[in-house]
Design a protein around this ligand. Structure first.
Ligand code: FAD
Ligand code: NAP
Length: 341
């Protein structure tokens, strides 16, 4: 008997926030490192293609998955150590990210309050170095623990070894599909450093002038902003931003600004400027575009949506059309943030 449940021919519709109705040949739920090692020893299952799934909030399925889907349900939050300034917490990869954020806030631990209400699991947070409102998770990650799939050995990646970048990490590049992230160790602040430089947060905080600034106040503000702007996947299928914000050479941006002086730009380094992909898509006329049961969200052009029973391939094709028309108009090549399967 295996130490994990195995289900056959299972629909993945409830397991991806886009709500795409595809199925997988096998679906297993893993709630401990030992169970994952058991799975690696099962030669029959190991012959099959493998897909690791957290909350399914950064995935677009375009076809049935002819293989094994491993749903990460490794739970647990443990305090490892503490010094004058920091508390080190180890969280299981299957913990729900937002619940972990709330746990930190309840325990007065700062650093991830700006990342409130991001869907998905702790184990996927390092994958694309999740970020929002001026904070990236790399700022608080101490180590990432994985099981290497080919050997079954435990590997520890220090923050530097994760090679974090803008929505990037080693796990999306050189080490892609080679690891199962079992837990993440976070270094959280006892002495809070509030990050409210992101314009819309400052505005939202001003609505409660009598409430003193705190990590809870910031988290509440982020939650309110997100609830007002972003489609709730429980109501409209989506995977958040479909495209990354392009980082473009300053010289190219300077030329574009001569033609489009209102284009929002954010400096990344001396020579690179970030351009809001949402603005490029909106100004190519796609915002609110609808084709049958899918399209581009009415309030946020960066988010593609499934209004019900859409085919993942049709959404992928729509993303190709968007990429082409943005390129034709601005000569900027958008890349997808969402993982296509
Ligand atoms: P999944 O979609 O399940 O998986 C994503 C990728 O990681 C897949 O390739 C999967 O195979 C791999 N993976 C997952 N878990 C593991 C593991 N344990 N080990 C190895 N590989 C694994 N992202 C942001 O960065 N910032 C935002 O503000 C943000 N807002 C969002 C808002 C909405 C409404 C939605 C729907 C999405 C948003 N996202 C955002 C995208 C998404 O929530 C994050 O990328 C999140 O971290 C994905 O987590 P997940 O558990 O759902 O990952
Ligand atoms: P927004 O506030 O309308 O801003 C549009 C874009 O401009 C953002 O993508 C952001 O880049 C950039 N930007 C705005 N103010 C900035 C500043 N002060 N400094 C640097 N860059 C700035 O964006 P939104 O769509 O409502 O999202 C708000 C935040 O949540 C953003 O950080 C966004 O990344 C995050 N978010 C991410 C996803 C996802 O799936 N990845 C989904 C929803 C929201 P950045 O994206 O680099 O911050």
């Amino acid at each position: 008997m295996s130490s994990y449940p195995i289900e056959k021919n299972k629909s993945l519709k409830p397991y991806n926030t886009f709500g795409i109705n595809v199925s997988c040949s096998y679906f297993i739920t893993i709630n401990s490192k030992e169970s994952f090692l058991d799975f690696l020893r099962d030669n029959k299952l190991r012959e099959q293609p493998l897909l690791i799934l957290g909350g399914g909030s950064n995935i677009l399925f375009t076809h049935n998955f002819d293989g094994v889907v491993v749903k990460n349900e490794i739970k647990g939050i443990e305090k490892l150590k503490e010094d004058n300034n920091h508390v080190y917490l180890k969280a299981g990869g299957g913990e729900v990210w937002h619940e972990f954020v709330l746990y930190c806030i309840q325990n007065n631990l700062g650093g991830i309050e700006n990342l409130s209400l991001i869907p998905g699991c702790v184990g996927a947070a390092p994958m694309q170095n999740i970020g929002a409102y001026g904070v990236e998770v790399k700022d608080v990650i101490e180590e990432v623990e994985t099981i290497e799939i080919s050997t079954g050995s435990i590997k520890i990646f220090s923050n530097a070894e994760c090679k974090f970048g803008y929505r990037e990490s080693i796990f999306k590049n050189e080490e892609k599909n080679k690891h199962f992230i079992t837990s993440v160790i976070f270094k959280l602040d006892k002495k809070h450093q509030f990050n409210i430089s992101y314009g819309i947060i400052e505005e939202e905080l001003k609505k409660e002038p009598n409430v003193p600034l705190s990590i809870k106040k910031i988290s509440d503000a982020v939650i309110r902003i997100r609830e007002s702007k972003l489609p709730n996947p429980k109501e409209i299928g989506n995977a958040g931003s479909f495209f990354k914000n392009p980082e473009v050479d300053k010289m190219v941006v300077d030329e574009l600004l001569k033609v489009y002086p209102h284009m929002p730009t954010y400096p990344v380094s001396e020579n690179k400027i970030k351009i809001a992909a949402g603005w490029l898509i909106e100004n190519t006329g796609w915002k609110g575009y609808t084709e049958g049961n899918f399209g581009v969200h009415k309030k946020q052009a960066l988010v593609l949506v499934n209004y019900g029973n859409a085919d993942g391939n049709a959404i992928l094709e729509l993303s190709d059309h968007i990429i082409k028309s943005v390129f034709d108009k601005y000569k900027i090549l958008l890349t997808r943030e969402v993982n296509i399967h």
